[in-house]
Design a protein around this ligand. Structure first.
Ligand code: HEC
Length: 165
């Protein structure tokens, strides 16, 4: 008797959660799909070396560019809220699709922040890496990013100003 009440309660709960999910999916104007999405190459007209560029595209593009590729579960609340918020905040912090619009100083600042965040394994976020195995940065990847920074620094000391275009 008690067991069957538990069962029914559980079932009703499950149905309720699914209904809420469906309602929110259908009326979810804040989903990742409502964010503009492009497929342009990142950092295309920049001097960022190809290797560093492809690492950033692979590991950071989903949140820090307009090239977000949404997995199926990106439409299922409450996961969709978290993903939408990550992408919106990620793009607002640094959008690699807009690299050419940033000033020299800003690009340099981002470059240093990218190095710091990747070395500290704060970026890409561990939770994201857990879901997207290919976003994991290898020691070689970190080396490539460092090479980019070193090349930039050398260039700047050569001509006195330089840029991270
Ligand atoms: C799952 C989405 C996601 C991915 C993937 C991701 N980021 Fe972020 N990133 C964010 C969010 C969200 C913020 C803003 C953090 C905040 O608001 O506190 C952020 C902030 C940053 C910042 C600002 C400084 C800081 O540490 O807060 C840098 C730099 C950064 N990310 C670099 C990267 C790089 C480089 C990669 C790829 C190697 C990457 N991110 C991948 C979501 C992401």
């Amino acid at each position: 008797m008690f067991r069957s009440i538990l069962w029914k309660g559980g079932l009703i709960g499950l149905v309720a959660v699914c209904c809420i999910g469906l309602i929110v999916v259908n009326g979810n104007s804040h989903g990742p799909k409502s964010l503009p999405v492009t497929e342009n190459a990142l950092l295309a007209d920049s001097r960022v070396p190809l290797q560093a560029r492809s690492i950033l595209e692979r590991a950071c593009g989903d949140c820090h560019s307009d090239n977000t590729v949404s997995p199926w579960y990106a439409d299922v609340p409450p996961v969709s809220w978290q993903i939408h918020s990550d992408v919106a905040r990620g793009r607002a912090t640094m959008n690699l699709s807009k690299w050419s619009e940033y000033s020299d100083g800003k690009r340099r600042g981002f470059m240093m922040a990218i190095l710091a965040a990747t070395k500290a394994r704060a970026m890409p976020p561990p939770m994201y890496v857990w879901m997207h195995g290919n976003a994991k940065l290898s020691a070689a990847d970190l080396k490539e990013l460092e090479k980019w920074a070193l090349a930039e620094t050398r260039l700047r000391s050569q001509n006195g100003k330089g840029s991270s275009r």
